[in-house]
Design a protein around this ligand. Structure first.
Ligand SMILES: CC(C)(COP(=O)(O)OP(=O)(O)OC[C@H]1O[C@@H](n2cnc3c(N)ncnc32)[C@H](O[C@H]2O[C@H](COP(=O)(O)OP(=O)(O)OP(=O)(O)O)[C@@H](O)[C@H]2O)[C@@H]1O)[C@@H](O)C(=O)NCCC(=O)NCCS
Ligand SMILES: Nc1ncnc2[nH]cnc12
Length: 302
């Protein structure tokens, strides 16, 4: 009988429950994959096409998202170990973010698929792991913003990026980019994208249309440095006003909204303007939106 028990224990197939860090990494990767799959997105990679991009496609976006899982998990582990917002944690996640970028570049053969998303989701994963008892959008974005405001001494020393597109555009137009969006606590997510997601769901527009409406809402005000770099102020104006026209027409669930969305798609394609920053922030919305239902009480004190 004892021998049987030993053998039984040895073959116990009960899986170890996923850790909080693993679950946060799962949710971040899921949000990136769902953003990529959402269709039809204006001038972005989706199930239909590569949008305004010649070097991207849906499979690459998926592979890139999956390559980021270890970086997100390690960021969450670092936050759980520290439980405090301080320069050491900021520098640890800065290093992990740069390692994530390197993993992404290896996977995509040098194409920048998700640099902005690593930044936004990396900060939000860290913020969630810092205090899983408060997964509210306000609490998360406040903690993420506090982290983004801390200087990372090693970033300046990192020679791998000469001048980023965001820096070029900041010099040329004085535009606020991904860094400032995070430092302000992701207002495009908490004040624009998430409320629109909730409104469109409540109006019965269906989940895919609600997500499209959230993306469009973000596009109405964001100074997307990806668009500015590729298409200047004309491109940014076309993105912001075109997105507003879709929402004013009733959103992507309505026939007139769909017509306006199609026009926006055509106009952005003709300008080579890809709202990659807005896409990253939609992924941030989807991540925050799922945290409480997915983690709930189960992960308290993990
Ligand atoms: C602080 C960093 C975000 C660096 O900021 P910076 O502005 O210097 O860097 P960029 O390389 O320009 O990246 C910013 C990316 O963020 C997205 N974005 C753009 N505007 C906004 C905005 N207003 N708010 C939020 N997010 C925004 C956008 O990412 C998407 O576009 C990418 C493609 O862009 P691009 O490279 O310009 O590509 P193409 O035009 O397609 O190139 P070509 O085809 O022409 O060659 C795509 O990746 C999307 O994700 C911007 O690109 C931060 O990255 C940083 O400091 N990192 C260091 C590590 C760290 O500290 N991490 C902390 C923890 S995670
Ligand atoms: N779906 C998408 N298409 C192009 N660039 C992106 N950056 C993040 N998501 C993207």
């Amino acid at each position: 009988m004892r021998a049987f028990n030993v053998a039984f224990d040895a073959f116990d197939a009960t899986p170890n429950p996923a850790s909080l860090a693993e679950r946060l990494a799962d949710l971040a990767v899921d949000a990136l994959i769902d953003e990529a799959d959402l269709s039809p997105k204006p001038a972005l990679v989706d199930r239909r096409s590569s949008g305004a991009h010649t070097d991207l496609h849906l499979g690459l976006m998926h592979a890139s998202a999956l390559s980021l899982w270890p970086a997100f998990k390690q960021m969450a582990d670092a936050a759980i170990a520290t439980s405090d917002i301080n320069p050491a944690l900021r520098e640890t996640i800065g290093r992990l973010g740069r390692e994530g970028e390197a993993a992404m570049m290896r996977t995509t053969n040098g194409v920048n698929t998700h640099r902005g998303a690593i930044w936004a989701l990396g900060l939000l994963v860290t913020a969630a792991a810092l205090n899983p008892d408060d997964l509210s959008p306000e609490g998360l974005s406040r903690r993420a913003g506090q982290l983004a405001l801390i200087e990372d001494r090693h970033q300046a020393a990192d020679q791998s990026h000469s001048q980023s597109h965001g820096q070029t555009v900041a010099q040329k137009y004085g535009a606020m980019g991904a860094r400032e969006q995070a430092q302000a606590g992701f207002p495009a997510v908490t004040q624009t994208g998430l409320p629109q997601l909730v409104r469109s769901r409540a109006a019965g527009h269906g989940e895919q249309n609600a997500r499209l409406d959230a993306l469009l809402a973000i596009m109405t005000t964001l100074s997307d440095t990806c668009v500015l770099y590729r298409a200047g102020e004309e491109g940014l104006h076309a993105m912001q006003h075109g997105a507003q026209r879709v929402l004013d027409a009733g959103g992507s669930a309505t026939l007139s909204g769909r017509r306006a969305l199609n026009q926006l798609d055509q106009q952005l394609l003709s300008l080579n303007a890809s709202p990659g920053g807005a896409a990253d922030l939609l992924a941030a919305c989807l991540f925050i939106d799922r945290l409480e239902p997915a983690l709930g009480d189960a992960t308290r004190n993990v």
